[in-house]
Design a protein around this ligand. Structure first.
Ligand code: HH2
Length: 291
């Protein structure tokens, strides 16, 4: 945990046992306890393997681990809450003292409640806490809350998504959901916003959202971006899921340059290196035009 120095409140992110001042981008490592995730489905269904993989991600520099027991890829089948809980609870116990904050990626209120009772530091909801009772489940806790934009549901979202103006609509939605959480009593420094790259968006929408990420950052909350291995990268590069690392790093760095505070990635070590180099350059001139 980094010490809280006296900086404005919005530059602080509080997630359960953790608080960050966000001078550097945070890395969230993905741990998919699913049979069908688009990038790594089925690999980590065995809890011992999942714990070992999670520990590798922490050793590689993950600040947050995002544990998900339901794939949200386009067309994925929903996983019942009880099964999600059965997959998640052993991990939350085994990783409690791993050194990284523990996030749970779920849309279901029942899973949120169980995860929070088991000590989750953050809830990452691709459905922006719109499940019945979700806001009530999270408001009286100290957990960080990632509010993501999705048009439709994973079952339907890639069927010809349409927007009048994607960036304005996504930013408007995120602002409304953040306001709803704040009105329910959630402290602003617990809230993170995410444009939801690939969730009910065409390639063009995804590119616009990244290029104009500043519009979302201007809402005043830390922004999380997940581009790692996504089909956006595949479409541009023509590469399969296993060969999208370079493209994923490029998109991540672009997002950070546009104000992203947290990068959700599968390849933690490589992302950390890319961020370290980018930051060293970005910080070297302290904003001077020339020397
Ligand atoms: N992307 C995925 C899942 N959860 N959460 C947030 N906040 N932002 C994202 O961009 C995001 C997310 C999809 O990636 P992955 O977990 O690798 O795949 P799957 O949903 O198939 O498990």
């Amino acid at each position: 945990m980094s010490a809280a120095t006296p900086v404005p409140d919005r530059a602080i992110l509080r997630c359960g046992r953790f608080a960050w001042t966000l001078e550097r981008p945070l890395v969230m490592g993905v741990v998919n306890l699913t049979a069908d995730s688009f990038s790594d489905g089925g690999r980590l269904l065995d809890p011992a393997r999942a714990v070992a993989h999670a520990r590798e991600l922490v050793a590689a520099g993950a600040d947050i681990l995002d544990l998900g027991a339901e794939s949200t890829r386009p067309g994925a089948t929903p996983v019942p809450a009880a099964l999600q809980i059965e997959r998640l609870l052993p991990l939350l116990g085994a990783l409690r003292d791993c050194g990284a904050a523990l996030s749970v990626d779920t849309r279901k209120t029942e899973v949120m409640r169980a995860a929070l009772a088991a000590g989750a530091d953050m809830i990452n909801d691709v459905n922006a806490f719109r499940d019945e009772g979700a806001v009530d489940a999270v408001r009286d806790t100290t957990a960080g809350l990632c509010v993501m934009h999705m048009r439709g549901s994973p079952e339907t979202m890639q069927r010809a998504p349409r927007y009048e103006e994607a960036v304005t609509e996504v930013a408007g939605f995120l602002g409304e959901r953040a306001a709803a959480l704040a009105a329910a009593g959630v402290a602003p420094e617990r809230i993170v916003l995410d444009p939801g790259i690939g969730f009910g968006k065409t390639l063009r929408h995804n590119l616009q959202l990244l290029e104009r990420l500043g519009v979302i950052a201007a809402l005043g909350f830390p922004v999380l971006v997940g581009v790692s291995r996504k089909s956006m990268v595949g479409t541009i590069t023509g590469r399969g899921v296993e060969a999208r690392l370079a493209g994923s790093l490029a998109a991540m760095l672009f997002a950070v340059a546009r104000g992203a505070a947290i990068a959700r990635v599968h390849d933690v070590a490589e992302s950390r290196d890319a961020l370290a180099v980018w930051q060293a350059i970005a910080g070297s001139g302290a904003g001077a035009a020339h020397e």
